[in-house]
Design a protein around this ligand. Sequence first.
Ligand SMILES: [Zn+2]
Length: 206
Amino acid sequence: MKTLASIFDGPLTRFIEPVSQNELNQRLTMGKATGVAVICCAEMCYVNSLFPADPKLPIFTWQNLGGCVNDSGGLEDLIAEKKISDVIVLGHYGCEIIEVGLRSDPRSEAPAEKIYQEVARRTSPTKEAMKERFGDKFDKHIFNRAVEDFVLRELASLLKLPAVYNAAEGGRLRAHAWINRDDTMENACYDPKTRTFWVLPDDYKH
Ligand SMILES: [Zn+2]
């Protein structure tokens, strides 16, 4: 059975650092993180509350339908200019945009589905992976696995962009995959060692 890790088996895995929200925020306030880029879904209206409130901190946020990395204009330039030390692809469990994407047909011309065409196109590898792992079953558990799969695929495609790859390879850029739980506001982060998303101890709120 294919697992999450198969997305990252290979050289890109070494660029992923599991970091807690607390630790990253400390790095930001202490000036150790010189620029943080966050790519997330437009539904996450609370995204600013995950980071320190100081408006002078170098946090750059891109929000779009589902948190697709291809819609993050200017990010590559900032990375090439060495202004970003950390990039986070930040998903959220229960993402309705990803759910719509998984359920729609990327070729559909129906106006109601048209705005989701790009999301449907980008979620189609996730749709296939879920089918391979779970068959035709689709429940809340599988949906959470789909969000994880999608976030990792987006991060993998970001890391393949030349400016991003070079910065990561040169040790100037760390990549993180996080998924926020809307109910507890905890961040689960992808850990290449355990090959799962989990809430690191210093972010654990219960
Ligand atoms: Zn969403």
